[in-house]
Design a protein around this ligand. Structure first.
Ligand SMILES: *[C@@H]1O[C@H](CO)[C@@H](O)[C@H](O)[C@H]1NC(C)=O
Ligand SMILES: *[C@@H]1O[C@H](CO)[C@@H](O)[C@H](O)[C@H]1NC(C)=O
Ligand SMILES: *[C@@H]1O[C@H](CO)[C@@H](O)[C@H](O)[C@H]1NC(C)=O
Ligand SMILES: *[C@@H]1O[C@H](CO)[C@@H](O)[C@H](O)[C@H]1NC(C)=O
Ligand SMILES: *[C@@H]1O[C@H](CO)[C@@H](O)[C@H](O)[C@H]1NC(C)=O
Ligand SMILES: *[C@@H]1O[C@H](CO)[C@@H](O)[C@H](O)[C@H]1NC(C)=O
Length: 634
C-alpha cells in the first residue's frame, strides 16, 4: 500500500511546488503533463468539486444550492446538460426558465464556482434515456451512441447549437468553465465505436477551439478505459468509497502516464429504484476516502453533492436482469439533501476540505424552512376512459396493430389503447403479452371496470372476462427510459400484439394523452362547477382526483405523503411533481418546493391514481421527507 501511495505523493508534491510562470493578465487553463497537475493562469490548480443538476432543481433555488456548495469549500461544480430536457421537439431548443443554462452558469460564476461541464450528448445520470431525446427512436434500429448516420446528424445539429452557446463561458474567454467532458462512460457501452468518439472530438474542437481542456470519464476497468478514451481527450476515472484508490489511479496512469489524477465521480451516495432498500453511503467513509485522494493531490468531483428531484417523467431506469425504474427523489444520500439542506455528511466533508484549502468564512446558509400544511381530502374527478375529450385533444389514431409511443410521437407519460372484445368471455380468459411487449405497465379495464395489470418482465398474463363487443381499455404507462447499458433503445407503449384467449387483438383506437397540458391549463379545477361523470363502483383502476390546499400566507417547502394510495402521479398548481408508489417504496413522500405554492390562492392538487385509492382520499403535507421505507411487495 505504502509504495503506491508514496509514488503519488511524490509526483504531486512536485506539482504543488511549481511556481507560477503566468503571463500577466492572461487567463488560461491547461494540463501540466510534466508536473502532473492542472494549471490555472499558469499556477498549479487542484479542484474539489461537486455535482449538481440544474434540471433537478427549481430555478428559484439554484443560487441557494450553489452558495451552500461554495460555503462547504468547493472551488468547482460539475454539471450535466440533458439534451432531451432542452430539445423535446426535434429542432426546437429551449433555454429559458428552469432550462436557462446560461443563467445557472452566471449564478455559479457570481458565487465563485468554476464549472466542469458535461454536455454529453449522452449523460446517463439516471435521467430519462440517459439524456438522449426519445424522438431519436423514430428511426427503427438506430444505433445510439455510434457513428450511425442519423444519430450523428442529430448530435451534430444539437452540438452546433449548444457548444457555441457555451463558448463565452469558457474560462479562457472570461467565464468559469474550466474543462469539458466528451460523452460519458463511453467505455461501458457495447458499441465501442472510435469513429463516433473521433467525430465528437472534431465537433468539440470545432466549436470550442483548440485550447479547451477536453476529457473523458470511465469506470474503473481496463476494458472501459480502452473503449472510452481517445487521443486528445484527457482520460479520467470514476469510483466510490469501496474502491482501492491506489489501484484506481494506477489504472488512470496506464492510460495517462502523465497529468493530474482525477476522480470525476466519487460517489457520496447512490440512487434508488422502486422496491430497493434506500441506498446509504457512510459519511465517515466518504470523508476518509476524500481525504486520502486530496492528500495525494488528486482532483475530485463528488457525485452527487446535491441530487434534487426527478420531477415529471424525467427519471431513468436500469435494465439488467429486468426493468427497474428509478424513484422520483434523487436525494442520493448526498451532502445536500433533496430539498437542499446541509447534512452531517456535508459538515464532515467541509472538515476534510479545511485541511487543504481556505474555506470561505461565514456561516453555512441554514436549511430552508419547511411546513406541515396537514391533510387535504381529495374528491374523484373521473376515470381516465371517461375523460378522453379533455385529456386527448388531438383525438385518437386508428391502427390495426398497436403503435408505440414513438410512432404516435407522444414520448412521455400515459397513452390509452382501446379495442373491443372479439367474443364472449364468460370464463376468466388469459390476456397475454407473449413477446413481453408491454413497456412498462398496462392497466386493463373492460367497459370501464378495472380488471388488473400487465407489467414488463414480470407480469405477462392476466385474466379478463366480458361480452363480445365490450370496450377493452389498456392504459399504458411509460415509467422512464433505460439510461444505462445496451438497452437504451427503450421504445414505450405496446410494442407487440396482445393475445386474448385465442385471438390476436387488433383494430385499435389509440388515444395520445396530454394530461399535463390539461392540468397546466387549469383543469380540472377550472371546471369544478361541473360534476364529472363518475361511473359507480369505480374506485380501482386509473382515476383522477382533485383537491385544494388552502393558502395560509406561507410558501414554504413541504413533503406530500400519499399514505395508503398505491401508484400514480401528482401535480400541484399545474406542475408535475413526479411518480408516487408507496406500495413499493422506499420513497413515501414527494418533495414540494415552496415556490410552487401560492400564499393567497387555493393551491390546486391533482392526482392520477392508477390502481387503488384509499377510502379516506387524503394526502398529507409534512415538514420532513420519508424516503427510506419499504412498505411491502406489490
Ligand atoms: C490497495 O492496493 C494496493 C496495490 O494493489 C495494495 O498494496 C494495498 O494493500 C491496497 N490497499 C487496501 C486498503 O486494500
Ligand atoms: C421552455 O421551458 C420553460 C421552463 O421549463 C417553460 O416555462 C417554457 O414554456 C418552455 N418554452 C417552450 C416554448 O416550450
Ligand atoms: C464571472 O464573474 C466575474 C467576476 O466575478 C466577471 O468579471 C465575469 O465577467 C463573469 N463572467 C461571465 C461569463 O459572466
Ligand atoms: C386465470 O383464471 C384461471 C381460471 O380461473 C386460473 O386458473 C388462473 O390461475 C388465472 N390466471 C391468472 C394469471 O390470474
Ligand atoms: C373496428 O372498430 C370499430 C370501432 O372503432 C368498429 O366500428 C369496427 O366494426 C371494427 N372493425 C372490425 C373489423 O372489427
Ligand atoms: C386553482 O384553480 C382555480 C380554479 O381554476 C384558480 O382560480 C386558481 O388561481 C388556481 N390556483 C393557483 C395557485 O393557480
Amino acid at each position: 500500500m505504502a509504495a503506491g501511495v508514496f509514488l503519488f505523493v511524490a509526483v504531486n508534491l512536485a506539482c504543488l511546488s511549481v511556481s507560477g510562470i503566468l503571463v500577466s493578465g492572461e487567463r488560461s487553463f491547461s494540463i501540466d503533463y510534466k508536473n502532473n497537475c492542472f494549471l490555472k493562469d499558469g499556477k498549479p490548480f487542484q479542484y474539489i468539486s461537486g455535482s449538481i443538476h440544474y434540471s433537478r432543481i427549481p430555478r428559484y433555488y439554484w443560487k441557494d444550492r450553489l452558495l451552500k456548495m461554495y460555503m462547504t469549500g468547493l472551488n468547482a461544480i460539475q454539471v450535466y446538460v440533458p439534451w432531451n430536457f432542452h430539445e423535446t421537439v426535434q429542432g426546437v431548443q429551449n433555454f429559458t426558465g428552469d432550462r436557462d443554462l446560461g443563467h445557472f452558469l452566471d449564478l455559479a460564476n457570481q458565487t465563485g464556482l468554476l464549472v466542469i461541464l458535461r454536455p454529453g450528448p449522452y449523460i446517463c445520470a439516471e435521467w430519462e434515456m440517459g439524456g438522449l431525446p426519445a424522438w431519436l427512436l423514430q428511426k427503427p434500429n438506430i444505433i445510439l451512441r455510434s457513428a450511425d448516420t442519423d444519430y450523428i446528424q442529430a448530435v451534430s445539429n444539437w452540438l452546433a447549437v449548444l457548444l457555441p452557446k457555451m463558448k463565452p463561458w469558457l474560462y479562457i474567454n472570461g467565464g468559469n468553465i474550466i474543462t469539458i467532458q466528451v460523452e460519458n462512460e463511453y467505455g461501458s457501452y457495447f458499441a465501442c465505436d472510435y469513429n463516433y468518439m473521433r467525430h465528437l472530438r472534431t465537433l468539440f474542437r470545432l466549436f470550442l477551439g483548440e485550447d479547451t481542456v477536453l476529457f473523458t470519464t470511465d469506470g474503473n476497468t481496463d476494458k472501459e478505459m480502452a473503449c472510452g478514451t481517445l487521443e486528445g481527450l484527457y482520460a479520467t476515472v470514476d469510483f466510490g468509497t469501496d474502491t482501492n484508490i491506489t489501484q484506481a489511479f494506477s489504472r488512470q496512469r496506464r492510460f495517462e502516464p502523465q497529468g493530474p489524477l482525477v476522480n470525476s465521480e466519487f460517489y457520496t451516495g447512490w440512487l434508488d429504484h422502486w422496491g430497493d432498500q434506500h441506498a446509504v453511503v457512510d459519511a465517515q467513509k466518504v470523508s476518509r476516502v476524500l481525504e486520502e485522494m486530496l492528500i495525494i493531490g488528486a482532483n475530485v468531483n463528488m457525485y452527487m453533492f446535491e441530487g434534487g428531484t426527478n420531477f415529471g417523467y424525467w427519471n431513468g431506469a436500469d435494465h439488467d436482469t429486468r426493468f427497474r425504474s428509478v424513484v422520483t427523489s434523487y436525494d442520493y444520500d448526498a451532502p445536500l439533501s433533496e430539498a437542499g439542506d446541509p447534512t452531517e455528511k456535508l459538515l464532515a466533508i467541509r472538515d476534510v476540505i479545511k485541511q487543504f484549502r481556505d474555506i470561505p468564512s461565514g456561516p453555512m446558509p441554514p436549511a430552508t424552512p419547511k411546513f406541515a400544511y396537514g391533510f387535504v381530502t381529495l374528491k374523484k374527478v373521473g376515470n381516465i376512459n371517461g375523460l378522453l375529450n379533455t385529456l386527448s385533444p388531438l383525438g385518437p389514431v386508428k391502427s390495426q396493430y398497436p403503435l408505440t409511443f414513438e410512432e404516435m410521437k407522444q414520448y412521455y407519460g400515459y397513452m390509452l389503447y382501446r379495442t373491443t372484445l372479439p367474443r364472449d368471455l364468460s370464463e376468466p380468459t388469459p390476456l397475454i403479452s407473449p413477446l413481453n411487449g408491454v413497456h412498462d405497465r398496462a392497466y386493463v379495464s373492460v367497459n370501464g371496470v378495472f380488471q388488473g395489470l400487465l407489467q414488463r418482465d414480470t407480469v405477462l398474463v392476466m385474466n379478463v372476462t366480458g361480452q363480445q363487443g365490450d370496450t377493452l381499455d389498456i392504459l399504458v404507462e411509460n415509467m422512464g427510459r433505460v439510461n444505462f447499458g445496451s438497452k437504451i433503445n427503450d421504445y414505450k407503449g405496446l410494442l407487440s400484439n396482445l393475445i386474448l384467449g385465442r385471438d390476436v387483438l387488433s383494430n385499435w383506437t389509440i388515444y395520445p394523452l396530454d394530461i399535463d397540458g390539461a392540468i397546466a391549463g387549469g383543469w380540472p379545477h377550472s371546471d369544478s362547477q361541473k360534476s364529472f361523470p363518475v361511473p359507480k363502483d369505480q374506485s380501482v383502476g386509473p382515476v383522477l382526483y382533485m383537491g385544494t390546499l388552502q393558502p395560509n400566507g406561507l410558501a414554504w417547502d413541504t413533503f406530500v405523503k400519499l399514505h395508503e394510495w398505491t401508484k400514480g402521479q401528482i401535480w400541484i398548481n399545474g406542475i408535475n411533481l413526479g411518480r408516487y408508489w408507496p406500495a413499493r417504496g422506499p420513497q413515501q413522500t414527494l418533495y414540494v418546493p415552496g415556490p410552487l405554492l401560492s400564499t393567497t390562492l387555493p393551491n390546486n392538487i391533482t392526482v392520477l391514481e392508477l390502481e387503488r385509492a384509499p377510502a379516506h382520499l387524503r394526502v398529507l403535507f409534512m415538514d420532513r421527507p420519508q424516503i427510506n421505507v419499504i412498505a411491502g411487495k406489490s
